[in-house]
Design a binder for this molecule. Structure first.
Ligand SMILES: CC(C)(COP(=O)(O)OP(=O)(O)OC[C@H]1O[C@@H](n2cnc3c(N)ncnc32)[C@H](O)[C@@H]1OP(=O)(O)O)[C@@H](O)C(=O)NCCC(=O)NCCS
Length: 144
């Protein structure tokens, strides 16, 4: 089941996020994000556990995918897809495009986003702390 996150989910989101990045708590202030109306967090719940989440920031006509993460045990079972599908159906009418950044070495995520109709629009050099480049990927909403 996919649903919007609530304040009751904070600890579980952080616990999962720390599997993604041990600095997750300092990189993402989840309680503040939940309180900010420009952000949205969606969670995937399986057997009463949060097994994935999606963080979104909406700025004017652009919706930004900040992070999508699925617990390793649950990958390739369409949980990431379900999170994106749910979010896209909830997009407000003024959103014209979705933008995201992805590490050029993250082939799984690049495949995942391409499957969802995202195209690479340009490369941002030395974007990540490991000096890797980022692909900026976009999916237009209004032309569909
Ligand atoms: C990217 C991620 C969220 C995908 O979640 P997921 O639940 O495993 O993805 P899905 O099962 O919905 O996959 C949908 C499609 O994405 C592609 N895909 C997903 N994982 C893939 C993999 N390991 N290898 C190749 N393609 C993959 C496939 O095209 C797949 O479609 P298919 O199942 O019909 O072949 C997950 O791998 C993850 O959490 N990765 C670590 C965090 C991360 O890198 N996030 C992105 C940072 S911007």
């Amino acid at each position: 089941m996919i649903r919007r996150a609530t304040n009751l989910d904070v600890e579980k989101i952080i616990a999962l996020g720390e599997k993604y990045n041990s600095n997750f708590k300092s990189l993402f202030n989840i309680p503040a994000i939940l309180d900010n109306k420009d952000y949205k967090i969606y969670v995937a719940v399986y057997n009463c556990e949060i097994v994935g989440f999606l963080i979104i920031l909406n700025t004017f006509e652009t919706s930004n995918v900040i992070l999508v993460y699925v617990d390793e045990t649950y990958r390739q079972q369409h949980i990431g897809s379900n999170l994106l599908d749910f979010y896209i159906t909830e997009l407000s009418l003024d959103i014209e495009k979705i933008i995201l950044e992805v590490n050029v070495t993250n082939k799984n995520a690049i495949n995942f986003y391409q499957k969802f109709g995202f195209d690479k629009i340009y490369t941002r050099k030395n974007y990540y702390s490991d000096n890797n480049d980022a692909y900026i990927m976009e999916r237009k909403i209004k032309d569909e």
